[in-house]
Design a protein around this ligand. Structure first.
Ligand code: ACO
Length: 328
């Protein structure tokens, strides 16, 4: 607690995991009519990782979690809660958070999934922050994990080149020092048809067409335009809420969907690309795993240092979008 009696939530450690198999743009040229040149120039993606047969979102999330716990010096038994952002859960239920809890041997603490598509990790981080600030929890594991390539239509070149699998995690702890300054979350369900994976549970399964119609569907250029505008709005809102200027930021850690969207946000913030963490070239779009994967890469490479001011942001299906401003 601070002298004012306020409890803050602070990132105590980060971790991530990428499956072994790498699928390059050259590999994709053999699957659909595309080219390395098209993919790189439109998205910035060079390669992505693909989960092995039988490897699930909980498996990836567990690997990221043990690295984050180790970095934080926290034992799984000390967790008060496990929150998992995912849009590709292993099962309808139990939740992926419950499945990771078993793997960690952390039975007893609260565990739940948060589905906000690519914004899932930030939505989960925001929930964790609130539990810690109110004093209801002291130590929370927040994970973003996805096996998005399982819901990709591999005959559809407009989407299958974009996505990859992976997981990232952070351990949030109650702290006397400021960590997360604010989170801002938004959604606009009226745009649901622009980016969707229309495979139903309550809406019903349709297994009659094994490939067509069951994967991710996206009106790419509409999503692009809306994403840039929404992200501009949320970064302005975040800075205003904290009385900060864009030049106060040390790092932008954006959702890794498309290098051109990332560059547009950096331009808005008048940040040089040297202050932007970019992993989309190596990871593709890993949905809710993308922000914690990028954060962990930046921490472990020594780019991001303690005390620096980080702006995390994401945009995804729903539409959903959000930000987190934090002192690392
Ligand atoms: N290889 C070669 N050509 C292709 C490919 C491909 N893989 N995909 C599309 N094309 C062609 C199209 O058919 C089209 O051809 P035409 O002009 O003859 O009709 C042309 O390329 C241009 O297609 P566009 O869709 O207009 O290309 P655009 O420049 O918009 O780039 C992209 C597409 C990369 C999808 C971009 O729109 C984008 O990144 N959108 C946002 C994605 C995003 O941010 N998603 C949010 C998160 S995802 C989530 O929440 C799960």
């Amino acid at each position: 607690m601070t002298q004012s009696g306020r409890i803050h939530s602070r990132i105590a450690g980060t971790g991530s995991y990428l499956p072994e198999k790498v699928l390059t743009n050259a590999d994709l040229e053999k699957i659909v009519e595309t080219s390395d040149e098209w993919i790189q120039s439109r998205t910035g993606i060079k390669e992505r990782h693909i989960a092995a047969k039988g490897q699930t979102s909980s498996d990836l999330g567990y690997e990221a979690a043990i690295r984050a716990l180790e970095a934080a010096g926290v034992a799984a038994a000390d967790l008060d809660m496990i929150l998992v952002g995912t849009t590709t859960p292993d099962l309808v239920f139990p939740s992926t958070a419950c499945l990771i809890q078993i793997l960690l041997g952390a039975e007893g603490c609260a565990a739940m999934d948060v589905n906000a598509a690519c914004s899932g990790f930030l939505f989960a981080l925001s929930v964790a922050d609130k539990f810690i600030r109110t004093g209801d929890a002291k130590t929370i594991l927040v994970i973003g994990t996805e096996t998005l390539t399982r819901i990709v239509d591999w005959t559809e070149r407009t989407t299958c080149v974009l996505f990859g699998d992976g997981a990232g995690a952070v351990v949030l702890k109650a702290d006397a020092e400021t960590g997360i300054l604010s989170t801002h979350l938004h959604a606009d369900g009226s745009k649901k048809d622009l980016l969707t994976c229309p495979v139903g549970v309550s809406a019903g399964f349709d297994n009659s067409k094994p490939n067509a119609g069951l994967g991710i569907q996206m009106k790419g250029s509409d999503v692009f335009k809306y994403a840039v505008k929404a992200l501009d709005g949320v970064v302005d809102e975040t800075l205003r809420a904290n009385g900060l200027d864009k030049h106060d930021l040390d790092w932008l850690i954006p959702h890794q969907a498309n290098l051109r969207i990332i560059e547009a946000t950096a331009k808005r913030l008048e940040m040089s690309m040297d202050q932007v963490v970019v992993t989309v070239d190596k990871h593709g779009n890993t949905s809710s795993a993308s922000v914690p994967l990028a954060l962990d890469a930046a921490v472990r490479s020594g780019k991001v240092k303690r005390g620096q001011l980080l702006l995390l942001e994401a945009f995804g299906g729903g539409f959903t979008w959000g930000s987190a401003l934090l002192r690392y």
